[in-house]
Design a protein around this ligand. Structure first.
Ligand SMILES: Cc1ncc(COP(=O)(O)O)c(C=O)c1O
Length: 441
């Protein structure tokens, strides 16, 4: 009996302790956290430096309202993130989750256009099979069809969707990369024209699509062309790096590997590594300047924004990532993970695609590799793999509806940045056994 409203009807095992890459359950199991939950636990679990930083801040001063005070952890965290003004980003605003970060990004885009006297800009364009969060604004903007479906009647109609850049599923046979890119960019351009280019505030995208489609990277050249379209029509580019950012992709920001910079970047998950709930937005100077030259401040406040204890945790996480050169380890271990996945699943009948970057990889499960046919969704193949993996001591992050919210299955691995070569090998070995067992049942 549990009084907690769990995600599904079943009561999941109770996790009681975490050490390094391992989680331990009340019934005595040791489980490798092979996905850091939902790509959150970038330092793994039980990090003493972070735990002590949280304790010190909670004891010194847990809360002071941002309407009256700043706090040192928030100031320091912003300094760390914006050191050198990466990509022209000059200010940070902190909240408690990725959804809240996307809400803030959308509202900041709206306010930016009010400040520069373009009040007709009220729309966003994003991509199908994206995810920008679960709150009503972020859900309205995003393209996770499965999560949207029941709520469509109460979602805002000021958001529209175009096709994702998802070559494995949507590049036509015989279509070259160039032709596929041209088609996607033409579609985006046509969407700007359809809704009226001067009504669009922003295009929103995950540089690497996370949970919804499973670590889908764009074809080279896609994002520079998206940036061009935004610039042509005077719209902002919001990059949602909630899942793929903060080192996960092998560079601190995933956009560094795309040759573009965002106007607003949303971060969360790896920002605080799960030690505290924290998200935020990083803001380009031109947006900041418009705000300062206009009404002066961002008309968006939350009681717990820039929470001192959350910021102290994230500050310590970010210091450790830098002190221990963990993004370098993400790159090195990422190469090993890719190699191991290709070795184990490259010829697997039921794995159609292996994709990702850094320590952020997915396998897409298929009934038949040649025809890319999907498993019957009622089989819930991704959940079967999850259960088989868990029974072998490996936690993964699986999802169904990979293609359109209904069809397709994938499983994500996102090991902590501290993972060793032996950890990576064990993770892939256990996942291999889990997939074999799941498809055999
Ligand atoms: C890309 C992306 N954006 C936004 C969110 C929402 O973040 P949160 O669940 O912290 O509200 C997620 C969560 O998975 C995400 O992956």
């Amino acid at each position: 009996m549990s009084h907690v409203l769990h995600r599904s009807g079943a009561i999941p095992p109770v996790a009681t302790r975490g050490v390094g890459i391992y989680l331990y359950t009340a019934d005595g199991r040791q489980v490798i956290d092979g996905s850091g939950g939902a790509a959150v636990a970038c330092l793994g679990h039980g990090n003493r430096r972070v735990a002590e930083a949280i304790g010190r801040q909670a004891a010194a001063m847990a809360y002071a309202h941002t309407g009256t005070f700043s706090n040192q952890p928030a100031e320091d965290l912003a300094d760390i993130l914006l050191d050198g003004e990466p990509g022209g980003l000059t200010k940070a605003w902190f909240c408690s989750s990725g959804s809240e970060g996307n809400e803030a990004a959308i509202k900041l885009a709206r306010q930016y256009f009010l400040e520069i006297d373009q009040p007709g800009r009220v729309r966003t364009i994003a991509r199908r099979q994206s995810y920008h969060g679960t709150t009503l604004g972020a859900l309205s903007a995003g393209g996770n069809m499965m999560r949207r479906e029941k709520f469509v009647p109460i979602l805002s109609p000021t958001h529209s969707l175009v096709s994702p850049c998802f070559a494995y599923r949507f590049q036509e046979p015989g279509e070259t990369d160039q032709q596929y890119l041209d088609r996607l960019i033409d579609e985006l351009d046509a969407e700007f024209q359809r809704v009226g280019p001067d009504t669009v505030m922003a295009f929103m995208a995950e540089p690497i699509v996370g949970a919804t489609a499973g670590c889908v990277t764009a074809l080279p050249g896609y994002f520079p062309r998206v940036r061009e379209v935004c610039d042509r029509y005077g719209a902002l580019l919001i990059l949602d790096e909630v899942m793929c950012g903060m080192g996960r992709s092998g560079t601190m920001h995933a956009w560094e590997q795309e040759g573009i910079t965002p106007d607003i970047q949303v971060v969360a998950k790896g920002l605080g590594g799960g030690f505290q709930p924290i998200g935020g937005i990083l803001i380009a100077d031109r947006v900041v300047r418009a705000l300062h030259a206009g009404s002066g401040g961002f008309l968006h406040g939350q009681t717990y924004q820039a929470h001192p204890v959350a910021c102290a945790a994230a500050r310590e996480v970010q210091r450790i990532i830098r002190d221990d050169r963990l993004v370098e380890n993400v790159r090195n271990m990422g190469q090993r993970l890719e190699r191991a996945l290709v070795e184990r699943f490259g010829n697997h009948r039921h794995v159609g695609d292996i994709r990702g970057r850094g320590l952020f990889w997915a396998i897409e499960l298929v009934a038949d590799r040649g025809g890319k046919t999907v498993f019957d969704p009622t089989l819930k193949m991704n959940e079967r793999v999850k259960a088989e993996a868990l029974s072998r001591g490996l936690a993964t992050y699986p999802m169904g509806g990979t293609i359109d919210g209904k069809r397709g299955d994938h499983v994500i691995l996102a090991p902590p940045y501290i993972a060793s070569a032996a950890d990576i090998d064990t993770i892939v070995e256990r996942l291999g056994d889990a997939v074999d067992a799941a498809v055999a049942t």
